[in-house]
Design a protein around this ligand. Structure first.
Ligand SMILES: Nc1ncnc2c1ncn2[C@@H]1O[C@H](COP(=O)(O)OP(=O)(O)OP(=O)(O)O)[C@@H](O)[C@H]1O
Ligand SMILES: N[C@@H](CCO)C(=O)O
Length: 310
């Protein structure tokens, strides 16, 4: 048996709609990501399901992204591949803003590529995961698949042959991720977005993302926090997450640098400079944002490694 893992990710990172994304791991060792096991070869494909969030997956395994990713992988490779017995351990909630669909797609495509002797280049693998993700989320975007595949904080470069670049990160930063236990589909959260930005908004968007990236390279933490504003998605999505303004006010009153929507939501993230702030944010979010038994809140650090064999 071979086992593979890919980490959770926060798309947008507030300031970079569809252009920035970061992979995270829980500091207490809880597995925040999906695991795929290749149990062996068989006459036809089969998929067993397990894990905390297995009940949120489609009832029919044929609709599972792991299997659709297999057929997309086979098509991209361009030859018929042996069928596999697979087991997905679903540690990430679906429709959560934690890059759950991207995570399953990434762990699956990474695993197939590794198992079959790397027929796809790194670039082809990333492109395949983005196309698979675009099929479920209502638009091709790389800001979950790139960090889940490669780890770190990633800036997408759609106009460049590089496709993405890993950005610097403050090593003392911790991020508290809080999932309330309710589902918000990425498709639905993309449907409310403005179809056009005014000139003023376009300049603001370019200005804030450039300011954030420049601050990271300049190691200027104050500037980095000041730049973290979402002028594209948050205004349209706040009605879907009405708790955000009050939670942000409460956490920022404690000196916490930023609170934003993780990906398309409903998960929120709090960016903290000290372990004390992170502990406060965790306790506050667990008490004020968790809504049911599916909810979870974790203190996280940047996951510097992405998809991998376990
Ligand atoms: N293995 C899988 N993991 C997650 N979603 C899956 C999987 N297989 C099928 N799906 C379906 O894909 C869709 C994923 O929805 P969506 O993209 O909104 O979730 P998400 O990835 O958690 O969101 P986000 O990108 O905001 O984190 C759902 O309809 C879900 O049923
Ligand atoms: N950039 C995507 C991320 C989805 O997790 C969005 O905000 O729709």
């Amino acid at each position: 048996m071979k086992s593979y893992f890919a980490p959770a990710s926060t798309g947008n990172f507030s300031v970079g709609f569809d252009l920035l994304g970061a992979a995270f791991e829980a500091v207490d060792g809880t597995l925040l990501g999906d695991e795929l096991q290749i149990l062996g070869e068989a006459d036809s494909m089969s998929l067993e399901l397990a894990g905390r969030y297995v009940h949120q997956l489609p009832g029919d395994s044929n609709d599972n992204l792991v299997l659709t990713s297999f057929y997309a992988f086979e098509q991209k490779v361009g030859r018929s591949l042996p069928r596999l017995n697979l087991r997905l351990v679903k540690h990430l909630p679906v429709g959560s803003g934690l890059g759950s669909s991207a995570c399953s797609i990434v762990v699956a495509c990474y695993a197939f590529n590794d198992y079959f002797g790397k027929p796809l280049s790194e670039r082809e693998l990333l492109e395949l995961t983005a196309v698979c993700e675009g099929g479920v989320s209502g638009g091709v975007h790389y800001d979950n698949v790139a960090p889940s595949l490669h780890g770190g904080l990633q800036l997408m470069l759609p106009e460049s042959p590089l496709l993405y670049r890993k950005l610097p990160w403050f090593s003392h930063w911790q991020v508290v991720l809080s999932y309330p236990g309710t589902v918000l589909s990425t498709k639905a959260a993309r449907a409310v977005l403005p179809q056009q930005l005014t000139l003023k908004h376009s300049i603001q968007f370019a200005g804030t993302v450039a300011r954030f990236v420049a601050a990271l390279y300049s190691e200027d933490e104050t500037e980095a926090f000041a730049a973290l504003k979402d002028v594209v998605a948050e205004p349209a999505r706040t009605p879907l997450i009405p708790e955000l303004p009050a939670i942000r006010a409460a956490l920022m009153a404690q000196g916490i640098g930023h609170v934003g929507i993780s990906g398309a939501g409903p998960t929120l993230f709090a960016l903290c400079s000290t372990p004390e702030q992170a502990a406060f944010a965790r306790d506050y979010l667990a008490a004020h944002y968790e809504k049911n038994a599916d909810a979870m809140t974790h203190i996280c650090q940047l996951a510097t490694t992405g998809a991998r064999a376990l």
